[in-house]
Design a protein around this ligand. Sequence first.
Ligand SMILES: [Cu+2]
Length: 176
Amino acid sequence: MRSKSLTFPLLILSLAAIPLAAQTAVKSAHGDISNAQGTKIGIAKFTPTANGVKVTVNVSQLTPGEHGIHIHNVGKCEGPAFTSAGGHFNPSSAHHGANNAESPHPHAGDLGNLTVGQNGKAKATITIEGATMGDGANSLFHDGGTSLVIHAKADDLKSDPSGNSGDRIACAVIEK
Ligand SMILES: [Cu+2]
């Protein structure tokens, strides 16, 4: 109880400071990962780095194996199909997949595959190359926002537009 009463005023103070800081640079973002039924099954955390934005994904209740994982171009996750998330976040209009025969490739929203263990859980840290959390087309917070989507099947890392990775089974709106 003692620590709680000390923490509370500090929390108010730091919350009051956020609007000022947010105007210059977003230092972190997050997204609650929901499945098609709308159940929260995980969380994604985003932090800017020198060459992009680092995302840490922590998710459970998925089928074991490889699942395509991408940043999609609209920050809207309406289940069960999550088509509201739009196509891939692809500000450079590149082809999909690290092994795509066409050049240039891959694109920013291409995060490859997420490996889910036999227990249905997955943890991964991936860099969204070239993405920012500031202003402009490369920003995860461009007009309309972005989302993180997990697919039913593995991404083949070469097929446009989404690596043949099948249905969208989980989605998180990326939020400041
Ligand atoms: Cu996708």
